[in-house]
Design a protein around this ligand. Sequence first.
Ligand SMILES: Nc1ncnc2c1ncn2[C@@H]1O[C@H](COP(=O)(O)OP(=O)(O)OP(=O)(O)O)[C@@H](O)[C@H]1O
Ligand SMILES: [Mg+2]
Length: 224
Amino acid sequence: MLVVDHITKSSFNDTDSFLFENVSLSVQATEWISIIGPSGTGKTTLLNCIAGINQIDGGTIELDGFPVHNLTESQKSDIRRLQIGFIFQDFKLLPYYSVLENVVLPLSKDKKSDQIRKKAVHLLNQVGINKSYYNRLPSGLSGGEKQRVAIARALINDPKLIICDEPTGNLDNDNKKQVLQILTELKQKGHAIIVVTHDDEVAYEGDRLYELKNNSLSEVVKVL
Ligand SMILES: Nc1ncnc2c1ncn2[C@@H]1O[C@H](COP(=O)(O)OP(=O)(O)OP(=O)(O)O)[C@@H](O)[C@H]1O
Ligand SMILES: [Mg+2]
C-alpha cells in the first residue's frame, strides 16, 4: 500500500547536510510498523514527508501506486483528507471549532452531515470522550482529552493509512491501552498503520520495528 523508496530530506537549516538519507519502508494493509529514535532525528519530518506535508529531496513515495511526492498541493490535500488519518504529535485541533466540529470537519464537504455526525459520536465514544465535551473548544480540554479527540478526527474518513505521531504521549495507562486496542482492531480490519513513539510498550505492538538514528532508518530485531 505504502512504498517509501530511498527518500532523502535535507536539514532545514543547512541544505548541504541531510536530516535523513536513503530511507526505505513499505507498509501493507493489515500491517503496523513502529518507528523509534532519539528526539530531533526527524521522525515527525519523515511522517510529514509520507503525508506530503514536507517535500522530499530525493527518492519516491507511493501510496496505492500514486506518487505522493509528485502530486500538486491540491491533490496531496485530497489524499490526506480521504486516504490518510494523521494523529499529530501536537494534535493540531482547530482552536475556534468545538470538539464535535473538529472531528466532523475533514469530511464535512463530502458526506451528509447527520451521517458524519453519527460516526463522529461513535468515534468519540470509542476514545472515551462523552457528550458533555462535544461543544467545548480545544482550549478547555486536558492534553490527554485533546489527544483522544485528535485520534477520533484521524479516523473519521476511514483512512487506508493511519499515521500516528506519539499517539499515546499524553495518556494515562488505561487510555493508552484503549488506544492500542483501537489501533490493533483497525490493523486487523485492513488498515495500514505507522506509529512513531518513545514508548517501548507501544513500539513493540508493531509487526515490525524501525529506528531512525544517525540519518538513516534501520529495522530493529525485537527482543521479547
Ligand atoms: N519546520 C521546521 N523548520 C526548521 N527546523 C525544523 C522544522 N521541522 C523540524 N525541524 C528540525 O528538524 C529536526 C527534526 O525534527 P523532528 O520534529 O522531525 O524530530 P523528531 O524525531 O520527531 O523529534 P521528537 O522525538 O522530539 O518529536 C529537529 O532538529 C527540528 O528542530
Ligand atoms: Mg516528533
